[in-house]
Design a protein around this ligand. Structure first.
Ligand code: FAD
Ligand code: A2P
Length: 276
């Protein structure tokens, strides 16, 4: 029978605002998703982001902005992350395992919320790369379908494997018993997925901007071109992408809105680029 240690063990150091990792999935060499426990007091609007991180080598929190990829009804929180080879946070974060702790500052903010848009018929989600994360939340929120008749998820990546997280998410959603129960078989027509690649052959190709200005996406989906009367949009990608999509949407007559002033579209950066 082992004898209990006489000396008390040093208390394990707990992180400030610590949450426990419950699951990790690696999608490619440079993309992974993970789930963590949710602080009981955390309320957020689907589409918002929080600051998360780890303790740095200097003992101070090393935090970065992350979109919450799970919807607001989920009892856990999900994140979808890049692995930047020499990135201060993600070079470490990519090694987390279930049971590990991360820091999560429970102050959600962001512009990609339904309240920042006027009512309409169709809602377009336009994302590149990890910019799909806020839409992974919004696509899973029944309120999105209460407000809009149709949701179109356009996601563009360089290669097909970078689309897998989003593709599986949409497939699972279309078979989701909750949404199926609410909307019936019709739900498959209410969430439209339009993935494209730009640097690898795949069934659908091309930049989101090009597929909109050429009219290809409207022809492929049998939808009328975007108009300020019926269409709303949310944009999340690199700065260059956001700037170019904004110009395209403005070309269709849509105006950029904000929480304080709802209009026809809203934009948020998926990351802060080098030197920006
Ligand atoms: P950093 O020093 O932060 O970044 C180094 C370089 O890597 C950047 O200059 C940029 O060129 C590149 N980079 C950083 N993030 C990305 C990315 N996501 N995609 C492509 N290139 C990138 N990142 C996520 O992975 N998932 C999210 O949900 C997410 N949400 C964000 C929401 C907001 C509002 C903002 C501003 C950023 C978000 N980011 C997200 C980026 C994130 O904050 C970090 O930049 C990222 O985790 C890398 O951290 P790092 O310390 O390893 O490298
Ligand atoms: P492309 O391969 O033609 O550059 P990145 O990895 O550079 O962030 O790009 C992610 C995806 O976003 C790629 O498919 C890329 O297409 C596309 N993209 C990058 N910049 C823009 C832009 N300014 N407008 C539209 N699509 C863009």
């Amino acid at each position: 029978i082992p004898v209990a240690d006489a000396a008390p063990k040093p208390a394990q150091k707990t992180l400030p605002d610590a949450q426990t990792v419950t699951a990790v999935k690696h999608w490619t060499d440079s993309l992974f998703s993970f789930r963590v426990t949710r602080p009981a007091s955390l309320r957020f609007r689907s589409g918002e982001f929080v600051m998360i991180g780890l303790l740095g080598d200097n003992g101070k929190p090393l935090l970065r902005a992350y979109s919450i990829a799970s919807p607001n009804w989920d009892e856990e929180l999900e994140f979808y992350s890049i692995k930047v080879p020499d990135g201060p946070l993600t070079s470490k974060l990519q090694h987390i395992q279930p049971g590990d702790e991360i820091i999560l500052r429970p102050k959600p903010v962001g512009t990609l919320v339904l309240d920042a848009l006027l009512p309409g018929k169709r809602l377009w989600f336009l994302a590149t790369g990890t910019g799909i994360a806020p839409f992974a939340s919004l696509m899973r929120d029944p309120e999105t379908y209460e407000r809009y008749e149709q949701v179109i998820m356009m996601h563009t990546c360089r290669t097909a494997d970078e689309l897998t997280y989003g593709r599986e998410l949409v497939e699972n959603l279309k078979n989701d018993p909750l949404l199926g129960e609410i909307y019936g078989e019709d739900f498959a027509n209410r969430l439209i997925y339009y993935p494209t690649t730009t640097r690898e052959e795949s069934p659908r190709m091309g930049r989101i901007t090009d597929n909109m200005t050429s009219g290809k996406v409207f022809a492929d989906l049998g939808l009328p071109p975007i108009s300020p009367e019926t269409d709303r949009a949310m944009v999340c990608g690199s700065l260059a992408f956001n700037v170019d999509v904004k110009a395209v949407l403005e070309g269709f007559g849509l105006r950029e809105g904000a929480n304080s002033e709802p209009r026809e579209f809203v934009v948020e950066k998926a990351f802060v680029g080098d030197g920006v």
